[in-house]
Design a protein around this ligand. Structure first.
Ligand code: 4AD
Ligand code: MG
Length: 465
């Protein structure tokens, strides 16, 4: 029967049973005593399984001894307790079957040496074979599963929101336009260029920047809902924390205020960090060794402690008086840059911080105005090493104030009729937030560049395939 590497190393297979493990060669080492050691991996866990292959096998000389990193194989053998240190179990091979060879091993791009992240990005299709991308993708999976579990256990419904949309939720003008082109009969303008004015069956349409406005309509009836889907931003930012295409988790809660969702954000982060520490100890140990020595302790510390809350106004004072030289000057009213966010999280708090009540004029039209007339009930969660990972707010549920804001910001009122309806018919206070999923994965793994935590990154200067 077949078994995965994780099952064998995890002690799920009884000693002395005969099984077959299928995967790819990580390394091969031949000993003088006429045996070979093959490490085989299959993605099921961080470690590879060692198989001891005796020279007696009929294909030992013409196949086993020619195996190189990346070859696909099946090894049949008997599970035994490992003599060597480090591993619990190994395989005493009785048969090795080769599925696929690696042509020209000397030029194989994923040779077993350590490659830079920049190099691996050039091989987005082959990098899943490396230790680091494998570990990142297992942690990404565990985080996604834990997020769904967290909301499900609390009675939230998962609502899918559209990807093709007409409204710019954030009002930042950073949208990709969608066109319906008949590729067999591409419409041309008079000067012979492709005519993109056709748009979405005659209407102007874009890729969504956020599911929020749609999910608010479901919260206004189903009470507790969330989205988890792809979102798109046409900002031309070549930074280590921006993608053109990223995944966002957006809970929206009826009858909730700013502090309710700040608490929800903290609970969610603690829940998913605990899940990763419990379910991916081997991958986290690797990140501790490769990227950040305290990879495990810093997550555990967040699970064990209360989140620090801070007002934007207090944060500005801290930044002005901290003596740090910032590239961008700070004064009340400015939008915080990543250097400011990171200072607050890394140096001032030494962990994530929830910043609340931002100036109205730097925030989106839908945020609920505070009594002071200057600020809105907004919050960001700022994390060390990356800055903002969550942005959210209480929503303006009062139609007259919302309308005034739409006018002041000169937004096309007709486009927001559906949104206004939610305030016209049975409006309720409500609040929600958006978690940038890749920023979360980067934070948890310690990986420096957001392009390395999504399988195929889309960014202004990334390879497209
Ligand atoms: O702060 P943002 O723009 O908030 C919203 O879109 C709200 N409508 C969410 C809501 O309240 N439902 O984006 C939310 C999060 C950010 O905190 C950040 O983590 C992530 O999305 N994000 C990006 N991640 C990767 N690349 C980008 N270009 C990102 N832009 C935002
Ligand atoms: Mg934001």
């Amino acid at each position: 029967s077949y078994a995965s590497v994780a099952e064998v190393l995890g002690g799920k297979i009884a000693v002395d049973s005969q099984i077959t493990v299928r995967g790819w060669v990580r390394t091969r080492r031949d000993s003088k005593a006429g045996i070979s050691f093959i490490n085989i991996h299959d993605g099921s866990c961080f470690d590879a399984l060692q198989a001891v292959v005796p020279a007696e096998l009929s294909n030992y000389e013409n196949e086993v001894q020619k195996l190189t990193t990346g070859c696909s194989i099946a090894i049949t053998g008997v599970v035994v307790r490992s003599q060597g240190k480090g591993q619990s179990f190994e395989l005493q091979a009785t048969n090795v079957r080769v599925y696929g060879w690696v042509e020209d091993p000397d030029t194989y791009p994923m040779s077993p040496k350590r490659h830079s992240m920049e190099y691996l990005r050039e091989y987005a299709h082959l990098r899943p074979r490396t230790n680091i991308t494998g570990a990142v993708m297992r942690v990404r999976h565990t985080l996604a599963q834990a997020i769904h579990r967290f909301f499900d256990e609390r009675g939230y419904l998962w609502v899918s929101t559209p990807i093709i949309t007409t409204s710019d939720c954030e009002g930042a003008g950073e949208m990709f336009r969608v066109s319906t082109l008949d590729m067999l009969n591409v419409p041309k303008t008079e000067d012979g260029k492709v005519d993109f004015s056709q748009d979405f069956f005659g209407k102007e349409a874009f890729l969504t920047v956020s599911g929020q406005l749609n999910v608010e309509s479901y919260a206004s009836s189903l009470s507790k809902v969330y989205t988890f889907g792809p979102t798109f931003r046409a900002e031309n930012s070549n930074t280590s924390r921006h993608l053109s295409e990223f995944w966002m988790v957006e809970p929206e809660v009826a009858f909730a205020d700013l502090n309710d969702i700040a608490g929800l954000a903290a609970d969610m982060l603690q829940y998913v960090f605990a899940a990763v520490l419990r379910e991916r100890p081997d991958d986290m140990a690797f990140f501790a060794q490769r990227i950040k020595a305290d990879a495990v302790e810093r997550l555990q510390a967040i699970v064990d402690s209360e989140f620090v809350h801070m007002d934007y106004t207090d944060a500005i004072e801290i930044l002005q008086n901290c003596g740090e030289k910032f590239e961008y000057p700070v004064e009340w009213g400015v939008d915080l840059q990543s250097e400011h966010e990171r200072y607050l999280a890394e140096k001032h708090v030494g962990g994530p911080v929830i910043l609340k009540n931002y100036p109205r004029d730097i925030k989106a039209f839908y945020m609920r105005q505070n009594e002071d007339g200057k600020t809105v009930a907004a919050m960001d969660v700022l994390a060390p090493g990356i800055g903002e990972i969550i942005g959210g707010s209480a929503r303006e549920e009062r139609l007259d104030i919302l309308d005034k804001r739409i006018e002041e910001m000169q937004l096309p009122k007709e486009e927001y009729q559906f949104y206004r309806d939610l305030r016209r018919y049975g409006t309720v206070p409500h609040a929600g937030f958006g978690l940038g999923f890749e920023r979360l994965v980067a934070y948890v793994t310690g990986v420096q560049n957001i392009r390395d935590v999504i399988p195929f990154p889309r960014a202004p200067k990334s390879a497209a395939f």
